[in-house]
Design a binder for this molecule. Sequence first.
Ligand SMILES: [Cu+2]
Length: 119
Amino acid sequence: MHRLTRRDFGRGLGCALALAGSAPRVLAHDGPHEVEVRISRFAFEPALVEIAMGDTVVWINDDPAPHTATAADSSWDTGEMTRDTRAAITFDQPGEHPYLCTFHPQMQGKVVVRPDSNH
Ligand SMILES: [Cu+2]
């Protein structure tokens, strides 16, 4: 069985839960991660990102035009990002989080948050 240190307790618990399900899942990282989404030519790249609970998505606007990343249900919003501006949102709720740019609603993306946690 696992020997749990205080630091590893959360991850060990996640491991135990994974073992109770189907295949055990090995987490390749030690803590919360940041995932980058570039905004370029009026598109989110990549448009779909998958993260673990507690991870952070950082949007970086490479366009001359201002953009936002705004939840389709308005539960979160980066606000306006001008050129070369970064904005970060941390996700604590598992599930699918579709979003769009409020200035250009045809710009759409999705953050998928897995129910496992990195911390
Ligand atoms: Cu936009």
